[in-house]
Design a protein around this ligand. Structure first.
Ligand code: SAM
Length: 188
């Protein structure tokens, strides 16, 4: 029985170019693309994490447009993908929604282009772990210049950075691409 798994797109706390903590804005493209990837691999949810109510309202409006609004009528497939999206204030909101009373508290697994520590977990080992019984998993992706250290410090583990078999020396993927590649390596 596969472990219950969801994706989180985090807009705070993330790093800015100068390494300071900042809050990024939600982009329509991230939301759509990651909802489609999450739905393609049959995961439980995509959590869009934002501390500002105005931004959460924007995300809810985008989702509403594509599920119940004219977008959903015009392109029903899009509605299917966006039905997995939940907008929450913070990572704890995602963890609370992902687990129910009976289940153990979900584990946070983080991602980054540069491993935040010395012991990243390979995708092969992570895939193996997800195929067993165990607590739910929240796969966390960042924006800006990456997840803040405090998010990695909360993680049960962090996945090895995605890069080519023959490392090209560049691997700073868009969050959309990183999510799609990671999900395919874990569930493809
Ligand atoms: N504005 C950028 C964009 O266009 O998406 C945001 C970049 S953001 C730092 C990219 C996020 O995708 C990272 O926080 C991480 O979660 C993930 N990511 C990017 N490159 C990655 C890689 N090589 N391996 C694993 N995750 C990666």
């Amino acid at each position: 029985m596969r472990r219950k798994t969801a994706v989180a797109l985090v807009h705070h706390p993330v790093l800015g170019r100068d390494g300071k903590i900042l809050t990024t804005t939600i982009t329509n493209l991230d939301l759509h693309d990651m909802a489609r990837s999450t739905s393609t691999y049959g995961l439980d949810a995509l959590y869009v994490v934002h501390p500002f109510s105005s931004q959460r309202l924007l995300a809810e409006r985008i989702i509403g447009h594509w599920i119940d609004g004219s977008g959903g009528k015009r392109i029903p497939d899009r509605a299917t993908a966006l039905k997995c999206v939940h907008v929450v204030e913070d990572i704890d909101g995602a963890l609370a929604d992902l687990s129910n009373e009976e289940e153990k508290r979900p584990e946070i697994w983080t991602t980054a282009a540069v491993a935040p520590g010395s012991e990243p977990v390979s995708f092969a080992a992570a895939k193996e772990s997800l195929a067993q019984d165990g607590p739910p998993v929240l796969l966390v992706f960042g924006t800006g210049w990456g997840l803040a250290p405090e998010v990695h410090e909360r993680a049960a583990q962090y996945l090895a950075p995605i890069h080519a078999r023959e490392d090209s020396g560049f691997n700073h993927l868009s969050v959309r691409a990183a999510c799609a590649i990671a999900l395919d390596r874990l569930f493809g």
